[in-house]
Design a protein around this ligand. Structure first.
Ligand code: AMP
Length: 278
């Protein structure tokens, strides 16, 4: 496994890799969710590149950039075990040299949900994804359904900008109690951690209500909120039931819906989602 820290070296090495090339962009502090993407990339490609880069431009001024968890040695050991060919681990100076001035933004899809709570987040996400795609030039790039809006925005960017790659979205990997795996779960104290599976429980409740024939989103959202509010440590930021392609809120579920949410435990913000009707 080769660890590459500069853009020119990554570009040179890339063209020596066997095609097709699978790419998994991450911010490190890896868990089984990340590894599921690496495994899928490994199964579908001849070479796998994983990037580890905590992208500062996708964090808001009051967010957790400086204390975002990092453990490079552990990450490298996990990636080595998965048979990763290349780890791209650039510095901030390498990605955003002095005078950096170009941004990639998607419009409508980035306004609701996460974009509403984190107004500059997706500009950072699309910019770094575009840069990484240009540097790595993957055949296939792998993202998690855990960040459903991010996956949708990146797919849209790749289509709209005629990028020559396939964006592949992989299912959310969960802890045994249902909590979606996330690098940020380490921020939870034991009481918060015990309470946090309520996000998944509320998604399962939505799924059950829908299966029973309930289509009115206000009612479904109401029941989900009531369940979460039974947990005194949980603060709901939003619960959305939206068109899975446009992210516009639905009043009634006709064919399918993306149920998604952000819930705060103290300063820790958890997100989760589930598709209904697929
Ligand atoms: P991050 O390091 O949080 O930026 O995540 C890197 C990639 O892993 C993103 O495409 C995430 O959607 C994906 N990911 C994170 N958590 C999970 C999970 N629990 N299951 C599946 N994919 C995940």
């Amino acid at each position: 496994m080769k660890i590459i820290e500069t853009v020119p070296e990554m570009k040179i090495v890339r063209f020596k890799l066997k095609e097709p090339v699978g790419f998994v962009p991450t911010m490190g502090y890896l868990h089984k969710g990340h590894l599921s993407l690496v495994r899928k990339a490994k199964a579908e490609n001849k070479s796998v590149v994983v990037s580890i880069y905590v992208n500062p431009t996708q964090f808001g001024p009051k967010e957790d950039l400086s204390k975002y968890p990092r453990d490079l040695q552990r990450d490298l050991a996990m990636l080595e075990k998965e048979g990763t060919e290349i780890v791209f681990f650039p510095s901030d100076k390498e990605m955003y040299p002095e005078g950096y001035d170009t941004w990639v933004t998607a419009d409508k899809l980035t306004k609701p949900l996460e974009g509403d709570s984190r107004p500059t987040h997706f500009r950072g996400v699309t910019t770094i994804a575009a840069k990484l795609f240009n540097i790595v030039q993957p055949t296939n790039a792998y993202f998690g359904q855990k960040d459903a809006q991010q996956a949708l925005v990146i797919k849209k960017m790749a289509t709209d900008l005629n990028m020559d790659l396939e964006v592949i979205v992989c299912p959310t990997v969960r802890e045994p109690d249902g909590l979606a795996m996330s690098s940020r779960n380490v921020y939870l104290n034991p009481e918060q951690r015990k309470s946090a599976p309520v996000l998944y429980k509320s998604l399962l409740l939505a799924k059950r209500l829908y299966a029973e024939g309930k289509k009115d989103t206000e009612k479904i959202r109401g029941e989900m909120a009531a369940l979460i509010q039974k947990e005194p440590l949980a603060n709901i930021e939003y619960i959305s039931i939206a068109n899975p392609a446009t992210l516009e809120e639905l009043q009634t579920i006709k064919k399918s819906a993306l149920v998604s949410m952000a819930v705060k435990y103290g300063n820790t913000r958890l997100i989760d989602n589930m598709m209904l009707g697929e």
